[in-house]
Design a protein around this ligand. Sequence first.
Ligand SMILES: [Zn+2]
Length: 128
Amino acid sequence: METNTQKICPICGRVYNTREFRTYNQTKYVYFVHKFRTPDGKRHIHKCYGGAVNQYTYVQKFHNNSQLNLIGYPSNEQKTTKYLTYLEQILETFQDYQEFQQFSIQVRRILWKYDKRFQKQNNNNITQ
Ligand SMILES: [Zn+2]
């Protein structure tokens, strides 16, 4: 049984009414169903796609060597924890130091790019 605190949609952050499961190619996918009324009283249903219930088996096929375990819904982990777990799993795959160094340089470039982007956003927010 779900409690009210578990009925928050992980996709949009709003409360959902029910979950809907669909199976396609032996993978079970979840949708979070939001039922509400528009200001003019009409019933409306919105479904947020929550991804594969256990893991993305199709995508997983291409990552068997990397041991990357992609996590779909449900995951009670926080986003940061989940992404750090992915990163650790990726880093575990490196056996060659030179290859690791190349990857490391690329990751730092990406981090630097996003850091700059956030700094720019923050500066824009301060000056507005
Ligand atoms: Zn939602």
